[in-house]
Design a protein around this ligand. Structure first.
Ligand code: CS2
Length: 494
């Protein structure tokens, strides 16, 4: 089978959408850090749709660590297929918004020089929660992070995302060029504001004047991003290549749904993403909270519990009636009441649509994938909701079960006594705490609650929280996830 590339584009079946603009005429207006599956199925697709109208917004994609994406896609002239799949079948689109790909650590200096080119007006990020070198509980820069320490001394060859952005901004300032807009696209609360705090603090440590310039001149709009994009499997590669009649080394299979809400605060212009479905608003905070708490909070809870119950994918876990019920109750009873009013927004309908999306039988979204990096995810997915519920005197039983399931997870041993491959930047520390405590809730819960980067200073001191987590963990350890979930759902029905 021939490879997908510019020269073979005209052999695609007529049903496959493809770039209708002249890719030669596209220039690089955006440098995107983190070209994983999410970016390639989300921002890259929105951008692909506007390039015909405005070719100034091509995307130079940067991988922070591995060269795999670049190596897979360069022989394809930076083209890849996005398949949107659901029970009705698949639709395919070849995306052409990439103007090139770089691997940051191969040429960090070259990357900052690119960032300082006048045509670059936006630098965006999908580097996942752990890519921010921050303390997840407070959102502040982790100044002990080895990459941050390195970058503070060697800003000419940065390693971290924060250092890379700062290096680009510094070059622009030194060249008396206006700064680019920094567009955070990760699932962090107030992602733009958080990133502003991190880059500003880093810049202050480099030089107070530079810090003041970043604080005063650089825009960091917040965004809410949403599309469920599982990691590509070999089966996806084979099915998608067969459907388009050309070999694609790294296509993406995703759901039809996508959403992007963006604060309209760009210093050097922006693509008309609103003409292709994105929404520009003055304040993205209510959207972000809604998505992080309802979607991601229940996604994580479902994934830990579902994995313990033997389900490899989210759709399989949702086929377990008690688990599906628990997740729906979690959303409606414990998360939704903490959300600010969003005019014209139908929260029950949104929850129902999330349930339907989780049930998408064509997506093989592994529970294990979502379970990754829990130490970085819990604060915004579950703990903020818990704080608001406690302040309002509401129940937190299901939220606490999610936290307890994470605690069970980081012990690294599943219900059958088999090892769990726990991927988390704090995995070793969490495991050491769990091993020292042993699998007994009254010791394990307090041991893990000492991790201030996750739980902050307040929650471990609130007996309503510690009691609920310990009791949920006790049930999980003694009776297992299935019996715990069933009992909780039955109790709620009484
Ligand atoms: C998921 C998210 O992997 C995870 O932790 O919860 O990636 C989720 O699929 C997206 O945020 C959906 O927009």
């Amino acid at each position: 089978m021939d490879r997908l590339c510019e020269a073979t584009l005209d052999r695609l079946p007529a049903t496959v959408e493809r770039p209708t603009y002249d890719r030669e005429a596209v220039t690089t207006g955006i440098v995107h850090l983190g070209i994983g599956a999410f970016h390639r199925a989300h921002q890259a697709v929105y951008t692909d749709r506007i390039l015909g109208e405005d070719p100034r917004w091509g995307v130079l994609g940067v991988s922070l660590r591995s060269g795999e994406t670049r190596d897979a896609l360069s022989p394809q002239d930076g083209l890849w297929t996005v398949a949107t799949v659901d029970a009705d079948g698949a639709r395919h689109r070849v995306v052409g918004s990439s103007t090139g790909m770089m691997v940051a650590h191969e040429d960090p200096t070259g990357l900052s020089i690119r960032l300082a080119q006048p045509e670059v007006r936006i630098v965006s990020t999908t580097v996942t929660e752990k890519g921010y070198s921050h303390d997840p509980a407070t959102g502040r820069l982790n100044e002990d992070d080895p990459d941050i320490r390195h970058d503070l001394v060697h800003l000419d060859r940065p390693r971290s995302t924060i250092g890379t952005i700062a290096a680009g901004l510094k070059r622009r300032r030194d060249a008396r060029l206006a700064p680019f807009t920094v567009l955070a696209c990760d699932n962090l609360p107030a992602n733009g504001r958080t990133l502003r705090g991190l880059v500003t603090r880093f810049a202050e440590l480099v030089d107070p004047d530079f810090g003041a310039w970043v604080a005063g001149e650089v825009r960091f709009p917040s965004t809410m991003v949403d599309r469920i994009v599982p990691a590509t499997t070999d089966a996806d590669r084979a099915a998608i290549s067969a459907a388009i009649g050309l070999e694609d080394a790294w296509p993406i299979a995703t759901e039809p749904f996508m959403q992007w809400v963006i604060e309209d605060d760009f210093s050097l212009g922006r693509p008309a993403w609103d003409t292709v479905g994105a929404q520009f608003v003055a304040d993205v905070a209510p959207y972000e909270l809604m998505k992080l708490r309802l979607l991601n909070g229940s996604h994580s809870t479902l994934s830990y519990l579902g994995h313990f119950m033997g389900h490899e994918t989210v759709a399989e876990a949702m086929a377990e009636p008690a688990l599906a019920r628990l997740v729906a109750d979690l959303m409606v009873e414990e998360c939704a009441p903490t959300l600010p009013d969003l005019a014209g927004f139908d929260v029950p309908a949104y929850c129902a649509s999330l349930i339907a999306r989780f049930r998408n039988p064509a997506l093989r979204h592994r529970t294990w994938q979502i379970a990754m990096d829990g130490s970085q995810k819990l604060p915004q997915r579950l703990l903020g909701t818990i704080r608001d519920r406690l302040a309002a005197g509401g129940s937190i039983d299901r939220l606490a079960l999610g936290v307890a399931a994470w605690m069970r997870w980081v012990t690294g041993i599943d219900e059958q006594g088999r090892p769990i491959d726990v991927r988390d930047p704090m995995a070793a520390r969490l495991r050491a705490l769990a091993d020292a405590a042993g699998p007994v809730a009254e010791r394990l819960a307090p041991a893990l609650l000492t991790v201030g980067e996750v739980f902050g200073a307040d929650l471990p001191g609130d007996p309503r929280f510690t009691g609920a987590v310990e009791s949920a963990l006790d049930r999980l350890l003694r009776r297992g996830a299935e019996a715990t979930v069933e009992a909780m759902v039955a109790e709620a029905r009484r």
